[in-house]
Design a protein around this ligand. Structure first.
Ligand SMILES: [Zn+2]
Length: 243
């Protein structure tokens, strides 16, 4: 360590720098969490969107079934008409009765199909109502998602603004730190989640809570050299006068 470095003054500057870096790391963590705040809203929106698509698909299936049944119904009607027109050409009672029987069977089928169509029409009405309801739910969810997106965007802009200000503050302070000390500080900062210099309250490192030997505490008070916590490698610092 070069003689001309004033350790006490350097430690004071590092403490100031740590004050800014603590804020910077907190803001970065906040920033990283922001996409999660949107995820729940996006998932809800997707779910409602899927709900609407399902309702629309169900409606289409019912419409197709109805068309199919209507086709079958007109087929039956044709058959009844055709057989009825043939009735007059029959010669025996037996033939007549057989055909009448056949006609009645077709009429009975027709009646069943008509009932099925009525049930389908009822289901189609319900499906239409369901679609409207799903559309309403989706649009409510869209409003919520948009609001949340706007909120998060504004919060991110605010965070960016604060980060820029803090970076400017850093640029003012860092030239006051001896370059090799700054390099060391920044290395610890990166590896120790944004905390590079800590106090020694209650005779323990406030970074890792390990008890410090009296000799180390004494050295921290003397401020003749930089003292590093043996356990977590952070710079140790105290503002209290030595006992
Ligand atoms: Zn420690």
């Amino acid at each position: 360590m070069p003689q001309q470095i004033d350790i006490a003054a350097q430690l004071d500057v590092l403490i100031k720098l740590q004050g800014l870096d603590t804020q910077i790391y907190a803001l970065r963590r906040e920033k990283e969490k922001k996409p999660q705040e949107l995820a729940a809203f996006e998932a809800e929106f997707k779910e409602k969107d899927a709900g609407l698509k399902k309702a629309e698909a169900d409606f289409t299936v019912l419409q197709l079934k109805r068309k199919e049944k209507e086709g079958a119904l007109s087929g039956k009607e044709e058959q009844v008409k055709k057989l009825q027109s043939q009735l007059s050409q029959l010669k025996t009672n037996k033939e007549y009765s057989a055909m009448q029987h056949e006609i009645n069977a077709h009429k009975a089928d027709k009646s069943l199909i008509e009932d099925e169509i009525l049930t389908l029409m009822d289901d189609i009405d319900k499906a239409k109502i369901k679609i409207e309801k799903e559309k309403e739910l989706l649009s409510q969810e869209e409003v919520k998602l948009n609001q949340q997106q706007k909120l998060v965007k504004a919060q991110l802009e605010e965070i960016e603004k604060k980060l820029q200000q803090l970076e400017i503050g850093r640029q003012v302070i860092t030239p006051q730190v001896d370059p090799s000390t700054l390099k060391k500080y920044e290395k610890i900062l990166r590896s120790k989640n944004g905390l590079a210099i800590v106090g020694i309250g209650s005779n323990a490192c406030q970074g890792c809570n390990m008890n410090l030997p009296p000799q180390v505490i004494n050295q921290v008070h003397l401020k003749k050299e930089f003292i590093i916590c043996e356990s977590c490698t952070r710079f140790l610092y105290t503002n209290e006068p030595a006992e």
